[in-house]
Design a protein around this ligand. Sequence first.
Ligand code: C6P
Length: 420
Amino acid sequence: MSTRNPRRADFPLLAANPQLHYLDSAATSQKPRVVLDAMRAYYERDNANPHRGAYALSARATDRYHDARERVAAFLGASDADCLVFTRGTTESLNLVATAWGHANVREGDEIVVTALEHHANFVPWQQLALARGARFLVCPLTSDHRVDLEALRAMVGTRTKVVAFNHVSNALGTLNPVNEIAQVARSVGALVVCDGAQGAPHLRVGFDALDVDFYAFSGHKMCGPMGIGGLLGRRAILEAMPPYQFGGDMIEFVRDEDSTWNALPHKFEAGTPNVGDAVGLAAACDYLDALGLESVLEHERTLVRLAMDRLREVDGVCLYGPSPSERSGVVSFTMAGIHPHDLATIFDQDGVCIRAGQHCAQPLMRRLGVSATARASFYVYNDEHDVEALVASLRRAKEVFAGGGELLPDELVPCRGAR
Ligand code: C6P
């Protein structure tokens, strides 16, 4: 086997733990030294509350925040950086749209469509909006290979459809969704198009200006950036027409006793002291990923996914979920007959293999797959074939540990509905 991936040296946590096989980047990525250094430098040299102070240090913090926004917007292919609202992450971004746009635009009898592939963050806010407004909430089914069923979607939308919300890439299965094709269906009935890019932005060139969506939500911590920052990209006309999401400092223009008016974009949607340090870190993460080249990042993940799927298929009792490697990002979801995914994760942990096991915040999807949970390995820039081999070796060991462990539980007798 080849030597370890040299990218590991860029990530202090991995460099300090040479035996660790980190296969949970879909949950959060590790952070390269350049990101940690950029944040430290900001706090050591430029930290102050931006937009407020009349002194040079505060002006510097304001500049750093502004520059970070420009950098992140450019990375995502958005030429109008004022249409990038910094948030805590994808969850907050989607709640922002569902609350601010949704309550202003969705009425009784309207329809909201999501897909069965959604993370709860792009499911529950729309479900709750529908319940609050008396709208219908519809879930688009999947094809047998776990892609969005476009025929069913076409049949589902109509003149009452106000929103079509879907993810760029499924966190649970890695399925890459055809954003512009789904958007076309939504556009044909004049619906708002909302894309959850939590698993898209870390791996794919987003190209927001050319992407046919109204909103694109993402999280910095899954793309080599720090936790606590992400964003919402939106179309200017829609953002300007939308009421604010939260009220307080920074987002106002004038505050009278009777009412108030709002600041310009993006500040109208950023109430309170902004998260400058993390924005600076996220901008550094964009530099890091650009230097690697997102195209080669995805190619690298695909190579590992292909290898992992081939090697896992050799193990009796494994059931793989999701489409072929060329139609997915760096995620492999699987179950092992007779061993609960949580037990697998515990055994893997003893071997230094970090995976996620559970429902992946996608209970509607798990129900449709007919399983209570899956084990999920997710690959990123620092992984290599040693990680794949460690995963497979650990799975074989788990089989030995659990061999002869008694009868299978009903849940474990469910036939494999994925691909072998
Ligand atoms: N998925 C995973 O292990 P936040 O937590 O706001 O950064 O991201 C929420 C979110 C929304 N949509 C998708 C498609 C996601 O994958 C996530 C986060 C993690 O799969 C944690 S549950």
